[in-house]
Design a protein around this ligand. Structure first.
Ligand code: ADP
Ligand code: MG
Length: 280
């Protein structure tokens, strides 16, 4: 079996299919900062003038809630998108509070996807087919599309990895984080062999860093040692305003833009754009 470092080196950088760029924000562990990263990196990118679409692919719908789309307002959702009932343009709703940010909300119906899509030939390609044209180009109307994945490697995550140009991995600074990461990298590797040969890993973002714990420091150090430049320099600290913002239905940048959590997501933007060879 390959080591995490070997897998990371082999997976390398992302392919380029033209149009906007599509990212799966993925990690099969729950509570590591996927949704927080999709919401706040999306908001920070929109705040520098990029057109961003957040696709909520988690039946829990936390990204939709965190972006202020309440449950009664989700008639057109990723569920309908996956079933081909509606197209991308109809599904995408404008965020109420972040200019330039669009969101396709999710509903609990999505939790049936594994069973509903079982036996369907194109079950892994549903999202790709919805997001890309026949030539594989992403929609030109968006600079970046961030897919917020559920906390498992189920058919929804497989759809995201099949649709994406690259994966962004939030890695919580805690003891077992790196074990989970190697499982994810193996999945990416497998997807590259079959469903999506150009899938890359854009970067690993260390989240919920708390300098009071030695284990946090150790995970951050080990991640850099094993993964090298795949790891973003900016580290997102554990910060209570990040946890408070979703209950107000706004990204932390709108809730308290001076907080250390907000500042971290702002600081990720130039690094993100550099990785994309893209200026502000
Ligand atoms: P995931 O989508 O991976 O399950 P979330 O982004 O929903 O994870 O984060 C899990 C919980 O931790 C949420 O309540 C969120 O508000 C909180 N959280 C995320 N990042 C931070 C952070 N940097 N500091 C404090 N709380 C955070
Ligand atoms: Mg989530």
């Amino acid at each position: 079996m390959q080591t995490t470092a070997e897998l990371a080196a082999q997976i390398g950088s992302a392919g380029d299919e033209g149009g906007g760029r599509i990212f799966a924000v993925a990690n099969q562990k729950g509570g590591v900062g996927k949704t927080t990263t999709a919401i706040n990196l999306g908001t920070a990118l929109a705040s520098v003038g990029k057109r961003v679409l957040v696709v909520d692919l988690d039946p829990q719908g936390n990204a939709s809630t965190g972006l202020g789309i309440d449950r009664h307002n989700r008639r057109e959702s990723t569920y309908h998108l996956l079933h081909g009932d509606i197209g991308l343009e109809r599904a995408a709703a404008k965020s109420n509070n972040v200019p330039g940010l669009y969101v396709i909300p999710s509903t609990e119906e999505l939790s049936g996807a594994d069973i509903e899509l079982m036996g369907e030939k194109d079950r892994a390609h549903r999202l790709r087919n919805a997001l890309r044209d026949a030539e594989g180009r992403a929609p030109a109307g968006y600079d970046f599309i961030l897919i917020d994945c559920p906390p498992s490697l189920n058919i929804l995550t497989v759809n995201a990895l099949t649709a994406a140009d690259a994966v962004i991995v939030p890695l919580q600074c805690e003891f077992f984080a790196l074990e989970g990461l190697s499982q994810l990298l193996r999945t990416v590797h497998r997807i590259r062999k079959g469903l999506n040969p150009t899938l890359g890993v854009q970067g690993v973002i260390l989240t919920m860093f708390d300098g009071r714990y030695r284990s946090c420091e150790e995970v951050a150090r080990d991640a850099r040692e094993i993964l090298g430049d795949l790891v973003y320099q900016t580290i997102v600290p554990r910060n209570v305003t990040i946890a408070e913002a979703p209950s107000h239905g706004v990204p932390v940048l709108m809730y308290d833009n001076k907080s250390p959590g907000s500042q971290a997501y702002v600081a990720l933007v130039p690094e993100f754009l550099e990785r994309e060879n893209c200026s502000i």
